[in-house]
Design a protein around this ligand. Structure first.
Ligand code: SAH
Length: 224
């Protein structure tokens, strides 16, 4: 899968994907993340990419021309399954959306900045608008990093048994059960005995019950 990210602050994304599971995904050739600097696609002097909003008001708006130059240039070599604009008024991101996006071949993520981007780009080029939550960030970069990480780790072949996504929260609409590791006892706090029993069937049942209890207590909405 290729994830291309268009941004005015490429530095915010540098390094985000060069560690841990994202690095492994790229080393295995299963994922390629390209960070594209919008300023390289403007024809305005001093690499200008934004301007004052028509009608007045605070903040700057990313202009449509550099965005269209960027997308049309990228589309010469890549056919995108989705062109995603990160935006607080988009559909709220969840694991189900991550699962379905992880099955695509090529994604283009557009990061807004300042007040946002010219609506005409959203109307004519964007195929999905996604928010990572009900709060406002300064730019779409961190949101793009969140999407890339959550989608990238789900690409078939990226995770191995130890890091399997199947036992993570939100798969099966359940939160994950508690986990423990060495030492067996610390300051008198013991690991639940069942986990030391070696009885895999009972352990699975215990984990399922814990998941269910935790979900009922913390996120009953998931069980609806
Ligand atoms: N004026 C806009 C907010 C602009 S914030 C509004 O009130 O809706 C600047 C940019 O940050 C946005 O264009 C978007 O790309 C990004 N952004 C901010 N919050 C976000 C969120 N919750 N999810 C995804 N992207 C977000």
């Amino acid at each position: 899968m290729v994830i291309d990210i268009v941004t005015v602050v490429p530095d915010l994304l540098s390094g985000s994907f060069s560690h841990s599971i994202m690095k492994r995904a790229q080393d295995k050739g299963l994922l390629k993340v390209n960070v594209i600097n919008l300023r390289e696609y403007t024809t305005y002097p001093r690499a200008q990419v934004d301007d004052y909003p028509f009608g007045g008001g605070a903040g700057m708006v990313l202009m449509i021309e550099p965005l269209v130059n960027a997308i049309e240039s990228l589309q010469k070599s890549t056919v995108y399954d989705e062109v995603i604009f990160l935006s607080p008024d988009g559909k709220k991101f969840n694991q189900k959306m991550a699962n379905s996006l992880s099955l695509k071949n090529n994604l283009l993520l557009i990061c807004g900045h300042y007040k946002g981007i010219d609506q005409r780009f959203r109307d004519h080029f964007v195929t999905q608008e996604i928010s990572i939550g009900d709060y406002v960030l300064s730019g779409g970069e961190l949101a793009a990093a969140v999407l890339t990480d959550s989608i990238g780790r789900l690409i078939p072949g990226v995770l191995n048994d130890e890091t399997s996504a199947l036992s993570d929260s939100f798969q099966d609409n359940l939160l994950a059960p508690p986990v423990y590791t060495r030492p067996e006892e610390f300051r008198g706090w013991k690991v639940p005995e069942i986990l030391m029993s070696g009885n895999h069937k009972l352990i699975e049942e215990w984990r399922y019950t814990q998941s269910l209890e935790r979900t009922t207590e913390r996120r009953p909405d998931l069980l609806d």
